[in-house]
Design a protein around this ligand. Sequence first.
Ligand code: NAP
Length: 507
Amino acid sequence: MATANAASPPPGSSAESTSEITSEITESTVAIIGAGFAGICMAIKLLEAGIRDFVILEAGDGVGGVWRDNTYPGCACDVPSHLYSFSFERSADWSRKYGPQPEILDYVERCADTYGLRPFLRFGTLVTESRYDERSARWTLRSADGRAWRARFVVAGVGSLRVPAIPTIDGAERFVGPAFHSSRWEHDVDLRGKRVAVIGTGASAIQFVPKIAGEVERLYLFQRTAPWIMPKPDRPFGAAERALFRRVPGLEWLYRKLIYWSKEGPAVGFIRYPAILRFVERVAKKHIRSAIDDPELRAKVTPTFAMGCKRILISNDYYPALARDNVEVVTEGVAELRERSIVTADGCERPIDAVIYGTGFALRDFLAPMDIVGRDGRELSEEWRDGADAYLGTAVNGFPNFFMLTGPNTGLGHSSMIFMIEAHVHYVLGCIRHVLERDLDSIEVLPEAVRAYNERIQEKMAKTVWTTGCRSWYLDENGKNFTLWPSFTWAFWLQTRRMKRRDFSFA
Ligand code: NAP
């Protein structure tokens, strides 16, 4: 996995590139990288464990991670908010079932305030290198603007959907109009009355396309693969309902549990019996028929791969948006951009004023632009050259006292990542406490434990719907799924309850 390339800093980053250390090195017990849900959760749990000696290094200018970066119109979570929130900081006040991005960002900000995390946050800190020194058993972290930190433990909570993937299109540099990625939405660009090309039809595009379709003059939607889209069972919560959640003891908790198990049941179709999902395909096809009359358009948007192989999307307004007169779904591949137009592989040229890339994220670069150098000068990018793997998605042999949150094979296609984050944080905290309480120097996962663990993961993976033949960002170029957890989320929870001492070496 490439970890050292020129990925652009996130919005709000004030980092500039230089490797000189320009200030005194600050020492701490733990350095958390990233202030998204994962980093914030780690910090809260460190404080609760009485470990106050840590910093949170964050490249951007605020907390929230993807929920700070993604501000495109219609951005919302496709997991119900009562579940997509911390179990220890539940809210009765979600305005609707699927919380919109501003509300989720507000929630993370509130967590940072409630738990007193502000003094620990260092914004504008793009970490470019973490290097381990075996003699002192310390990591040195450097930021792009020349500052440095030393820490006993590094916890990387940088997330994987962070580095925009923008396709290389011939002539893109000649295009004179605005062109931006969905996660870097340019709100000062007025799309009203414009001819807009949207490339991509993934989870992000299906949210913003309906929001802009009504205001642009013409929208060309370049679709490479039609996604499976189910109706979104969304609705606002009325004041009375919210009051009930607040006042009736256990009601909100019970609702959260119901959502959890309603997501966990269907996981059987993803991880073991993909044939079950064929029945669900019928519902999705009916969803298309109910919104689109034109048989040609229906055919275009009907997926041709097994449901679940790529993320199943949910929307009620996407298909109606595609049925609008000013929207055209283009299935010819994009061949070229010219000064004021876009040309498809069949030579057809469409005049446009703006391009929006809804083309997802570069996962191979998910720790970029950070170089992680462990024991004996081992580089994580080299270790992962043939594919990323880790023990429980968190520890890598050769990298003592280094942990990732939501690392390889811990992503989900069916439930809340916050659940996974909490399980991960519990586990990592257990490892850190083990070292601190016994006055040890370091903890390092054994290579045979990593190997055996990942063999089991890939064995399970072979039975999942994600290996039924579609191309997706879940897979690397060798077809190996290095992103998703191939089991129930409670199984991950169980495995992260307690560190297995025999899988680690200690110094
Ligand atoms: P995505 O799901 O990876 O979708 C990218 C889209 O761009 C796909 O339709 C892809 O087509 C297309 N594409 C990529 N490269 C292309 C190229 N060179 N030419 C033409 N089309 C191209 O990205 P995303 O929509 O940003 O979502 C990424 C992930 O973010 C999601 O899977 C989800 O995990 C998360 N997300 C979550 C939510 C939420 O509600 N929780 C909302 C948004 C995003 P192919 O399918 O053919 O590759």
